[in-house]
Design a binder for this molecule. Structure first.
Ligand SMILES: [Zn+2]
Length: 98
């Protein structure tokens, strides 16, 4: 317990917190953003996934409540990747048989 000098800090304290200022994009909603909505305009497809550290201004970030209420525009399809993390195996089996 004497050679702590070799221990380097994992995080650089001078870097800003990436999650610090990420709120739900809905007006008047002050909840933290939890879900990312990625719009594929060419394929007309919306993908929902859990938020991650990488901030992309092109993505819509919503709280879980508003993400659950979200309906894709008419003619668009949507995929909720939040649940597929758990059900990956069964979803794969379905897509093979169907
Ligand atoms: Zn919200």
């Amino acid at each position: 317990m004497s050679d702590t000098a070799e221990t380097k800090p994992i995080f650089d304290a001078s870097l800003p917190e990436p999650m610090a200022d990420r709120r739900c994009s809905r007006p008047l909603c002050e909840s933290d953003a939890e879900v990312i909505l990625a719009f594929g305009y060419e394929t007309r497809h919306v993908m929902l996934r859990w938020i991650d550290d990488e901030y992309d201004p092109n993505l819509l970030e919503l709280c879980a409540r508003h993400a659950d209420r979200f309906n894709p525009p008419q003619g668009w399809s949507s995929d909720d990747h939040r649940r597929q993390v758990v059900d990956l195996r069964s979803l794969h089996a379905e897509s093979v048989s169907g």
